[in-house]
Structures are given as structure tokens and as C-alpha cells.
Design a protein around this ligand. Sequence first.
Ligand code: GLU
Length: 306
Amino acid sequence: MAPYVGRFAPSPSGPLHAGSLTTALASWLDAQCHQGHWLVRVENIDAQRCDPRWVEVILGQLASIGLHPQAPPAWQSQRSALYESALEQLKSTHQIYACDCSRKLIRSTVAQSPDDLSLRDDNEMLYPGICRQRGLQGGPQTAWRLRVGLATEPVVINWADRRLGAQKQDLTQTLGDFVLRRRDGAWAYQLAVVIDDADQGVTHVVRGEDLASNTARQIYLQRCLNLAPVHYLHTPLVFDEHAQKLSKHRGAPAAIVNTPELARQALQDCAHTLDLHLPSELWLRPTLNEILMAAIQAWQVRWAMA
Ligand code: GLU
């Protein structure tokens, strides 16, 4: 079997909630089914939102449900040199350019109306190419943008998700040139994740469906840097009683797994979200290990071959 490397990449901006615990379990199960390596990566490039103290908590939650990474976690905050060299590579081939546009300027350029709904999320806004001709001349407050397409040809990315099926995004029409390094000097998630996955030899990405809309950008960036393609599986999300996706941002409660009973219950809930059918007799008094073994078998049937 070809080497398999999978990863769980939490941002330490809070403890894991039921949704992120489910993603962690999914990525672990997929690695087990492929006799692969399973890594944890601390995604703390956003220094303002992340607190290293959460890393202990997150690793503790993972350990409580029996998930142990096969290597000490990598921290994005220690990997700037890698991101820097990727940016240099893209500069040398003129695939990126300097951009000083403020959000306000971009918004006012693309807005159709004052409350244009398509402008709700800055990261999903079509960049109108204001600085496209500018080249590599940066200043102290310069962002770096990746050119999406070098000429007038549209860039359409087709990719296959192991759960969601065939996906397609026209990057030129929907997002345009996107940011790899922000004006405040922070690395963009798109760059860090692509470089880290490549550097760590990740072959399979298993993560929440809320991140699926980033995948086309990441595939495009991999191609620009001549990096190996990766397999993707985006997992179902967990919703609260108001049908809102659980997120730290909205204060989703931490997954409490610090007793064997609670850990078993949490695993049962994660398995349910992942549409894994575990034998019902398991739930009388199974050990954590028995639940995990049953979940591996169920994952094998449901998702491993996808
Ligand atoms: N750090 C991201 C998050 O916590 C996950 C990124 C990824 O899996 O690609 O949502």
C-alpha cells in the first residue's frame, strides 16, 4: 500500500467542540484504515486568536478518546521560514504581486449596492485586480496576492471529494487573485496549509465540510508551486439547536470527555455524525478501545475505499 499521511490541524483558539472532535476522529479513522501515519498540526498563524495554552487542552481531549498522534505536533508559528521561501519562489516566477488595497477600497470597488450580500465575508470576495499590474514593489504595509491565471483564460479547478463527489470552482469568476500574506505581515491560511501539508508529506486531508470552499484555491496553489496533489474528504458538520454550525467563534461548548463514560458518549455521537453504523450491543459496557476498533471497521465499509 502506498504511504499514507493524514493530519488533524486544529487552531488553538479554544477547546475542541463536538464538531472538531468529529473531524479529529474521522482523520484518525481514515489513517488507521490505510495503515497510515496520523499527525496533529497546531495551526496558530493567527496569533491574535490563538493561545498556546489551548494546545494542552486539545491534546488532552484527543488522548481522552484514545487518539494519539504519531509524532510531536508541528506548530505553524515555528514554520515561517518555509512560508517565506515559498513566497520567494512565487516572486521569482512573478506569480505573486504586491497589493496595498484596503478591504474598504476592494468593497467599494466591487459592491453592487451598499448592503451587497456577496460582500459578507472578506475572504470570499472577488478581488477586482486593482494592483494586478503592479509587480513586486512592496512597501511596509503590503499584502502579497497570487495571480489566478496569467492571461485571460479562466482558471477552473475540478476536484473530487471522497464524500461530496465531483466539485468545480471557477476561481477567476468567484475569487480572483487571492492573498498569501496579509498587509499586517500574517501568513494566510491558504499558503500555510498548502506548504505544511506538502512539507509533512500529507497525502490525505480529512477535515470539516466548512473548509471545502478553500480546496480549489489550495489545489491551484499546489500547482503553482509544483507540489504533489492531495486526496480530500470533507466531513459532515455538527449543528446546534438553532441549526447553526458549531464554531468556537459562536461560543460552541467544549467537548467534555474527561471521564470514560463521557469519552464513550462523545465517540458515539461522533460516529453518528460520520454515519458510521456501530453494532448496538457495543453500547452496553464497551471499552474505549472496543469502540475505536468497531469505528475503524465501520469507517472501512463507509468511507475508506471512497
Ligand atoms: N486550522 C483549521 C481549523 O481549525 C483547519 C485547517 C485544515 O484542516 O485544513 O478550522
